[in-house]
Ligand binder design. Structure first.
Ligand SMILES: *Cc1c(COP(=O)(O)O)cnc(C)c1O
Length: 419
């Protein structure tokens, strides 16, 4: 089926009432037929609803629909993008292990990997997403996952999937892509050989800045990489917390299932059914919206490129962009609605952000309403000077999340602010 049809129908037929719109199953728990049914569910002899921390019928539609758009085997929804990223890491790494993360990632991912998980005994090694050959010297037998963003936020770099996947596969390491900015409409990392995709559903998924959420999706056949792979021993050995269950023996998408059974069970960052319902509404129009976001972003990037006050524009859809060729290869249908541009000084950047009216000063992206952000004083404020340079964020960098307003009005707004 085509993408726009999946966006509207995947994961839902009808419920017992024949309800046309997906209902919100606003419930904490579910009644079992009898104690035998309950025991079967807990033992995984039968699959079904137990408790909303683990699964919920509304969330189930969101997970199935998102996984269908990513062409994945299955997904698990989470309470935020950050919990999705943390669970993807915690699903494979423990104290004494290391993970490899691109330097150019979302600010929260930098602090999570550089500080918080360090306190759990997990080491993070960083590579330059523009130079994947650095990976070779960072990998050892304790490396559990390679994490990067398809289109990076906010430096707007483009990952060379083929180069990264080739090295990861040579060493049998799981690759995990944060696909929040590109969305499955412009990029399907699982079809490019990546193993796991994570998203912040807080952005383009509702498309209106309505709810915080996340999702982890895995590819078909990931079991082959995990089965008998010494890197992933805990998928191949009995899980004592689950009566000796061996995940790699299950005929199910095992990566996301383990997140559900072990990490949602014990750590509990589950999405609320109401939020899952909002994501479902958003997904219905995601393909249509993304086309408009990308068209408007390209128009604005072209305008900015010709403005005398602008030193540099980062938008991979511009022919002048260093990532243009990679972007045409991996995102031929569009390069999303995020761009950044550089002016001379921090003060000038702030004055421009304060001077716009339609573009709001907000730390978010992927909204129908256009957003202007000064990363050095907001999203990336907790980064040291060196971390800022590594993440490709000069003091005069401004990020735009181009919304769905008329692009002519947006350009007029920027024109006034740029002076
Ligand atoms: C926003 C964002 C996150 C974090 O997601 P939350 O839903 O805010 O927790 C992670 N990665 C990227 C690329 C993001 O833009």
């Amino acid at each position: 089926m085509h993408e726009q049809t999946l966006a509207i129908h995947a994961g839902y037929e009808k419920d017992a009432q024949g309800t046309m719109a997906v209902p919100i199953y606003q419930t904490t728990a579910y009644e079992f037929r009898d104690t035998e049914h309950a025991a079967n569910l807990f033992e995984l002899k039968e699959l079904g609803n137990i408790y909303t921390r683990l699964m919920n019928p509304t969330t189930d539609v969101f997970e199935k629909r998102f996984a269908a758009l990513e062409q994945g085997a299955g997904g698990v929804g989470t309470a935020s993008g950050m919990s999705a990223i943390f669970y993807a890491i915690a699903n494979v790494a423990e104290a004494g292990d290391n993970i490899i993360v691109a330097k150019q990632v979302y600010g929260g991912t930098t602090t999570l990997t550089g500080h918080t998980i360090k306190r759990f005994g997990i080491e993070t090694r960083y590579f330059d997403v523009n130079n994947p050959s650095e990976l070779e010297s960072l990998i050892d037998e304790k490396t559990k996952i390679i994490l990067f963003e398809s289109i990076t936020n906010p430096s707007i770099d483009v990952a060379d999937f083929d180069a990264i996947v080739a090295i990861a596969n040579q060493h049998n390491i799981i690759t995990c892509v944060d696909n929040t900015v590109a969305t499955p409409i412009f990029c399907k990392p699982l079809t490019l050989g990546c193993d796991v995709v994570v998203h912040s559903a807080s952005k383009y998924t509702t498309g209106q800045g309505l709810a915080i959420g996340g999702i982890v999706v895995e590819r078909e056949g990931l079991v082959e990489k995990i089965k008998n792979n010494p890197r992933y021993a805990h998928f191949n050995e009995p899980d004592e917390s689950y009566h000796g269950l061996i995940y790699s023996n299950l005929p199910l998408p095992l990566f996301t299932l383990r997140i559900r059974l072990a990490l949602l069970r014990d750590l509990g960052a589950a999405p609320s059914p109401f939020n899952s319902w909002l994501y479902i509404q958003g997904l219905e129009t995601l393909p249509l919206r993304m086309k408009q976001h990308a068209n408007s972003a390209l128009t604005i990037a072209t305008y900015l490129e010709n403005h005398p006050k602008v030193k540099k524009v980062n938008y991979p859809g511009l022919v002048s962009n260093a990532n243009y060729t990679l972007a045409q290869k991996y995102f031929p249908k569009g390069q999303s609605g995020l761009l950044s541009f550089e002016v001379e000084t921090l003060e000038e950047a702030r004055a421009i952000a304060d001077g716009t009216k339609i573009f709001k000063v907000v730390v978010n992206i992927g909204d129908s309403k256009s957003i202007i952000t000064h990363p050095a004083s907001t999203t990336h404020q907790q980064l040291s000077n060196q971390e800022l340079i590594d993440a490709g964020i000069p003091a005069g960098l401004i990020r735009l999340s181009v919304g769905l307003e008329d692009p002519e009005d947006l350009i007029a707004d920027l024109e006034k602010a740029l002076g």
